[in-house]
Design a protein around this ligand. Structure first.
Ligand SMILES: C[S@@+](CC[C@H](N)C(=O)[O-])C[C@H]1O[C@@H](n2cnc3c(N)ncnc32)[C@H](O)[C@@H]1O
Length: 207
């Protein structure tokens, strides 16, 4: 099993029980996302974790395909969905890198707290762009640690070496914005709740 999957499998139980770091901002991001939804929409969520975001959004769309590298995360997510009687979320065990999705088949791609964990975020953004229908949206909340947590880089490198911490890329808001624009997106909305907080971006594929 890949080290990334192993790490997130180990984290899954603790992750499912830990509170959201900034609940007020999280709720605002959920609301802004839902403002873009229609009942007939097909959503794809990359790195869905234990499914909390997908579960919140499910009543507002037709279907959510939610993908994660960690089978343990997905087991917890499926259990929550079964208990809640939700029938329009399909969980899928896959890496973002290996995911197979037909071009121009998705209305909204969500990537919450995952882009900074990828070796190649540009490839993931390009893939999302191909999957989206013309006019489709890529919505992401991404930790941009280069601006405030540079000192943490050596600690992360040691932690990653011993398998105690995941791969984390230190990116800036500008870097992420450039990657989205270079992939062909237009930035509709960009909001960073405070210094060092995750940036929330709604990016649109030209229609
Ligand atoms: C910080 S958690 C965020 C989970 C969820 N999106 C949320 O906001 O609570 C990152 C998630 O991304 C998943 N992940 C990391 N790298 C991945 C990859 N290459 N492909 C698919 N999922 C990945 C992890 O398993 C984990 O569930």
């Amino acid at each position: 099993m890949a080290p990334t999957a192993k790490f997130w499998d180990r984290m899954a139980n603790r992750y499912s029980k830990s509170p959201v770091a900034d609940e007020v901002s999280y709720q605002k991001k959920l609301q802004t996302t839902q403002d873009h939804f229609h009942p007939d929409m097909e959503i794809l969520e990359l790195g869905c974790g234990t499914g909390s975001t997908a579960i919140t959004h499910a009543p507002f769309v037709k279907h959510i395909r939610a993908v994660d590298i960690s089978s343990k995360m997905l087991t917890i997510a499926q259990d929550k969905v079964d208990k809640a009687g939700i029938d329009n979320i399909t969980f899928e065990h896959s890496t973002i890198e290996d995911l197979n999705v037909a071009d121009q088949s998705i209305d909204v791609v969500l990537a919450m707290s995952v882009l900074h964990l990828l070796e190649d975020k540009e490839a993931a953004i390009a893939k999302a762009h191909s999957m989206l229908k013309p006019g489709g949206l890529f919505i992401t909340s991404t930790a941009c640690l280069a601006e405030s947590m540079g000192w943490f880089k050596p600690i992360l490198a040691v932690g990653k070496f011993f398998g105690l911490l995941p791969l984390v890329k230190f990116i800036t808001v500008q870097d992420l914005t450039n990657s989205l624009i270079n992939a062909g997106f237009q930035i509709d909305h960009s909001w960073q709740p405070g210094k060092g907080k995750s940036v929330f971006i709604v990016a649109k594929k030209a229609g």
